[in-house]
Design a binder for this molecule. Structure first.
Ligand code: F2R
Ligand code: MG
Ligand code: MG
Length: 349
């Protein structure tokens, strides 16, 4: 792929992640009624206006941690997970009010107290040794997909290792790997050759199946391949003709919660649905906007689902698809472009 196209896609993915977070966070946990969908439509219409004044929209933990990963990859191109852990912790203690997950903050305190002697121990101890399966690993993963765009196996390994600093439950780790695989697939697909809907899900299903098989403990206690099954559900919903009532079924079956299992497949669905057809309650011809606005109208963990859907949409469509006025409304948007460019300069020759 042409290096300039890739540069635009690197920017698109990190900006997509930022915009989803900043624009989705005011609605996190709010019940989304028909009236609220109209409010969201007007909010997005206004955001596209060049005349909009007022304070920028703040980012939350999703972007804070995504920035730390990008900064760490840039500062330590040989990959240093202790350095990455230190950036997570430093950012948290500098700005603790960015809406971090209720339990992950204990990991940060323990890492600080232990002087980072074993960066994986505090996360392993979470939830009585089960580890977290929140979506905190997945929400921040975009820089890993970009940095390792040329080496799929290293990408999967880095997705796991960077996630395990805070999340060790296989549902948390595999959720992050699935999100990384989806961004990677979108990144390497030329937007001129339209994504073939019938292929995107089967391809990422095959990949996540391998990851789930490799990490299987062999005890056959629970469902051994939850994400493989869930992506098949995404495919099923995509094959169903869209109507507004379908959203209810999507929310119930795919989920919209703070858990990785209940949010990563939903983000993938939002991107593919927005790409496939118009959505009655989301009036725009712009596929990037449709993706994040639609994700927000599903409710629940709106900042994170819009952030993850935005990272995939941006990786596919590139920066040009993102309205500049809307991007300028988001805190640190110039810094995010700078980080994307530095990652691109490091890995795209
Ligand atoms: N924290 C939030 N949203 C809450 C409201 C924020 C508010 N608007 C504000 O501004 O203050 N959002 C952020 O948290 C999510 C990412 O969370 P992360 O990093 O995964 O954290 P954690 O604490 O590890 O897990 C989240 C919750 O999931 C449940 N859980 C996880 N593993 C579990 C297990 N093994 N057993 C039982 N429950 C488990 C717990 O309830 C955790 O607290 C993003 O949405 C981000 O935006
Ligand atoms: Mg957040
Ligand atoms: Mg969230």
């Amino acid at each position: 792929m042409d290096t300039n196209v890739l540069k635009s896609k690197f920017r698109g993915s990190l900006l997509g992640s930022l915009l989803g977070d900043c624009l989705g966070s005011p609605f996190e946990g709010e019940p989304i009624t028909a009236g609220e969908k109209i409010v969201i439509q007007r909010y997005f219409d206004k955001l596209e206006s060049p005349d909009l004044k007022g304070p920028v929209r703040s980012y939350t933990d999703d972007t804070a941690m995504m920035k730390s990963i990008a900064q760490s990859l840039i500062a330590k191109p040989e990959i240093d997970y202790k350095h990455m852990a230190k950036l997570f912790v430093k950012d948290y203690f500098l700005e603790p009010h960015r809406g971090y997950g209720p339990n992950v903050v204990d990991v940060f305190s323990k890492l600080r107290k232990s002087k980072f002697d074993d960066i994986y121990r505090p996360a392993r101890e979470q939830f009585n040794g089960k580890g977290s399966f929140g979506n905190g690993g997945a929400m921040r993963i975009a820089p890993i997909a970009l940095y390792f765009y040329n080496d799929y196996n290293l990408m999967v390994e880095a997705a796991k290792k960077s996630t395990e600093i805070t999340h060790t439950n296989s549902l948390g780790v595999h959720g992050a790997v699935l999100q990384c695989i989806a961004i990677h697939k979108a990144l390497l697909t030329d937007p001129k050759e339209e994504i073939k809907f019938d292929q995107f899900c089967p391809e990422i299903t095959k990949k996540i199946k391998l990851v789930e098989q490799e990490d299987d403990d062999g005890l056959e206690l629970d469902d051994d391949h939850p994400y493989e099954d869930k992506v098949k559900f995404v495919q099923h919903f995509l094959q169903t003709n869209y109507h507004e009532e379908l959203d209810e079924e999507v929310c119930q079956n795919l989920g919209t919660s703070i858990l990785a299992y209940d949010s990563v497949p939903t983000a993938i669905y939002c991107f593919l649905r927005a790409l496939k057809n118009d959505i009655e309650t989301v009036k725009t011809d712009n596929i990037f906007r449709r993706t994040i606005q639609y994700a927000i109208t599903l409710g629940g963990d709106t900042d994170t689902i819009a952030c993850m859907a935005g990272a995939i949409a941006g990786a596919y469509l590139g920066e040009e698809a993102i309205n500049v006025n809307m991007a300028k409304q988001c805190e640190s948007y110039k810094e995010i472009i700078e980080l994307a460019d530095q990652l691109h300069a490091l890995v795209v020759k």
